[in-house]
Design a protein around this ligand. Structure first.
Ligand SMILES: [Zn+2]
Length: 401
């Protein structure tokens, strides 16, 4: 008797061309963050074509396809916005003319991460055709605005749409490995006040740029003191921008601000990170410096503004997680090889799902992350069909097939 996992792999191979063609049509429909309306229509058409039970679009503009109506809920997520192409002279082809050549699909978003979306949709088709699922209501979400503010779309899905899965598969590129965490991050500013006066008599004033410079040097020292973690790596902080205000070019400036990029490792939170920066300002001699976490307030294509702090918490799924064990077993049985279990370098929607809501996430997606945000982005076709097989195999495994 042919095992169900072998049948899944055969099916995913038979749909390889359809999966790649669907990816081409998504890549050929640009969808920068906040401008995803057209590609959502492309995805909706494909979901209806392959036989999803329900397809709808939420208030922020993300698409939610559902199959099954079992008592338990799980989800697969792909963000479907992309970054801009950057310097066009670095591309050897038009990034929005998706095409298949030399065993790869080429174009902006093939790796990050419309490839994951394409694979999810064809996995759903196979789950239905092979009758792999009784236990779960499964949502397949094509989410918006991730490149600008990761996790915002899932804060919306969880808090406003009340979708609360037990586990979510994040289909961002893993180069066909299985990932179980990544560092978090946050964006902060530190502001100090000075006193302006004529530049010809600086002793009358209090120069805010000198003050913020001392704070910046304390931030450099803070970076050296930050925690390390064996799996996720070290927390980091760096100054990324400097701003000031002054009545004239011939005046002592009356305020200055630095912006910080903070990467958070295991055990570091918004509260701990803010407290450390406040302490750095105190060490510089300015306990009154104002430390702020920046806010994201951009508008979705639906017109909705859903503000959030630019705080993206760290998450890790333990090595002993039952979800992870099932994912590794499904991968091994479907693809006939053992996966490498590792972590992402970059950040994903899991910061909201796992980091804010403690819902375990499993990462597996087509493409190599080194091509994300890079020119001449391309995803191997073989990764697409293998991802299709893994997603369907994982659902089969969770249903104890
Ligand atoms: Zn991405």
């Amino acid at each position: 008797m042919t095992s169900i996992y072998k049948k899944i792999l055969e099916k995913s191979n038979s749909y390889e061309k359809d999966t790649a063609d669907f990816l081409v049509s998504m890549v050929s429909t640009p969808s920068f963050s906040g401008k995803e309306k057209d590609v959502i229509e492309v995805i909706k058409k494909e979901m209806l074509k392959v036989g999803f039970d329900e397809v709808r679009i939420d208030g922020l503009g993300s698409i939610i396809g559902r199959i099954g109506n079992g008592p338990r809920v799980i989800a697969f997520d792909a963000h479907i916005d992309t970054v801009y192409p950057g310097d066009m002279s670095l591309w050897s082809f038009d990034p929005f003319q998706g095409h298949i050549k030399d065993g790869k699909v080429w174009g902006r978003g093939t790796v990050d991460q419309k490839g994951g979306m394409a694979a999810m949709v064809y996995a759903a088709k196979i789950i239905k055709e092979l009758d792999l699922n009784d236990e779960f209501t499964i949502y397949f979400t094509g989410t918006v605005m991730e490149e600008d503010c990761d996790g915002l779309c899932w804060q919306y899905l969880i808090n406003e749409e009340k979708i609360k899965p037990e586990m979510v598969v994040i289909t961002e590129p893993t180069n066909m490995n299985i990932y179980r965490g990544h560092r978090g991050r946050m964006e902060m500013t530190v502001e100090v006040q000075g006193l302006s006066c004529h530049g010809s008599a600086p002793e009358r004033g209090d120069n805010a740029i000198y003050k913020i410079s001392r704070v910046a040097l304390e931030i450099e020292k803070l970076n050296a003191r930050l925690k390390d973690d064996a799996f996720l790596g070290k927390g980091t902080v760096t100054v990324t921008q400097v701003f000031f205000s002054s009545p004239s070019q011939c005046a002592v400036p009356d305020a200055a601000t630095i912006q910080l990029d903070r990467r958070l490792t295991f055990g570091e939170t918004k509260e701990s990170a803010v407290a450390e920066v406040q302490e750095a300002a105190r060490l510089a001699g300015y306990p009154d410096a104002k430390v702020k976490v920046l806010q994201y307030t951009e508008k979705a294509y639906t017109g909705k503004v859903y503000p959030t702090d630019k705080y993206f918490p760290t998450w890790v799924v333990g090595e002993d997680s039952v979800w992870l064990k099932n994912a590794v077993a499904a991968y091994t049985e479907t693809l006939g090889k053992k996966p490498v279990v590792d972590k992402w370098t970059f950040s994903t929607n899991a910061i909201a799902i796992a980091g804010m809501n403690d819902i375990p996430c499993i990462g597996m997606g087509p493409g190599n992350e080194v091509y994300a945000h890079a020119p001449n982005e391309a995803c191997p076709v073989e990764h697409l069909s293998q991802s299709v097989a893994f997603y369907a195999g994982f659902v089969a495994k969770l249903n104890k097939k």
